[in-house]
Design a protein around this ligand. Sequence first.
Ligand SMILES: Cc1cc2nc3c(=O)[nH]c(=O)nc-3n(C[C@H](O)[C@H](O)[C@H](O)COP(=O)(O)OP(=O)(O)OC[C@H]3O[C@@H](n4cnc5c(N)ncnc54)[C@H](O)[C@@H]3O)c2cc1C
Length: 427
Amino acid sequence: MNERINKKDVCIIGAGPVGCYTASELAKKGFNVEVFEEHAEIGKPIACTGLVTESIKEIMQIKKEFLANEIKHAEIFCGNTSVKIKLNEYVLDRYKFDNYLAESAKDNGAKIFTSHRFIGLEKNEILIKPLNRRLKFNEDKVDGNVKRRMGGDVEKNAKKNDEKEMMRIKTQHLIGSDGPSSLIGKIINPEKQLKHYVGKQMTFKGNFEKDTINIFLGDICPNFFGWVVPESEETARVGVASEQPNQYFEMFANALIKKDIIKEKISLQAGPIPFFDSDYKVYKQLRIEKDDSNNNNTNYSQIESSQSANAYYYIVGDAAGHVKATTGGGIVPGLRCAKILAESIAEGNNYENEIKKVKRELKIHSMLRNLLNRFSEKDYLELLRSLDNNGVKNILEKHSRDSSIKLLTKLFFSEPRLAKFVLKAIW
Ligand SMILES: Cc1cc2nc3c(=O)[nH]c(=O)nc-3n(C[C@H](O)[C@H](O)[C@H](O)COP(=O)(O)OP(=O)(O)OC[C@H]3O[C@@H](n4cnc5c(N)ncnc54)[C@H](O)[C@@H]3O)c2cc1C
């Protein structure tokens, strides 16, 4: 049993990019940070295209060591019509990116425990279950036969883990960066659930323009889009997101095979993409008191004033639905909120208030997604024609979609025809 409580103790669930970055920022500020990740290896399995706008540079430096590719153009298709625009974006190698962030967190003093699953709260304690590591075997050749024996350290660890009892942790701050199926999100929002799409992606061999992403709008994937994001001239990440991902992925991949754009499948990745919901709470303060009538019981009361609280629960990243509904991009908004969360904890500020600006941006993306979901193929074609104008192209080149308010204001002034689409949606 592991029991301690200290105002500077932070327990983070989930070592995805957002959890690792939060851990790094808090450890840098002198907090005692422990991160628990259920998978045996950071960055695996991957379910992400890794495309990020230049806005990531406002949060951290882009390093060659985790970069898969640099993008300079996007070609947007609807039926046989297409428009090409310039942009500067990055394709991350998510395995390397997540591990880079995990190593930075460790360098700053955070501890990361893999193969440890958060399973819930009991009274005022966080329950963490150590999982058995996958056993590795060494192979010996004896008389021409292969004999398998367990690797020494792995064998010891597996036995140790078997014997370990459940960890019970008391902490001042519990952060859920536990992804789209967040348990901590459910604890903070027992009566609400985030809706989601499912993203289905495959890496394909084929012939690609290395610096150009292709986006396919319209009937090929209604209510979202299909994408081809090259890693190189020979391989690309090809996917769709939808409520029926299998059906649309099949249609999309077949269309690309027919056009001789993609050839051989390499690997499949899929996962939920949560929808942002501005009413989803990201923060809960609790006062935990001993119940005198029964020494084994603990009373929780949710309170308003931070002065008397002695436990704080937060969610961030996909766990909180910090995702752009227009594109499904969650890396930049998740990292932005992680930075704000670390500052809020360190300064004693209200996290919910501090992320209002990011939430406003995400709300605009949700409104745009609702608007786009009403588009017919004809509307998309008209939209593409409106985009095929030098003024609009210049704005799209200069302003990242991570600053949606600025981008939209500029677009509507430059091309008033675009406002027509908004009116149509409202009507
Ligand atoms: C197909 C697809 C393509 C995408 N493409 C892009 C893109 O191009 N650009 C972009 O910005 N975003 C993209 N996204 C979204 C992006 O992947 C997420 O927004 C991002 O991974 C969020 O990071 P996170 O750290 O919040 O969550 P995650 O990366 O989901 O990490 C959560 C971690 O928590 C761990 N965990 C969960 N539950 C527990 C538990 N109970 N105990 C311990 N550990 C737990 C998980 O194992 C995981 O490691 C895509 C998503 C999908 C599905």
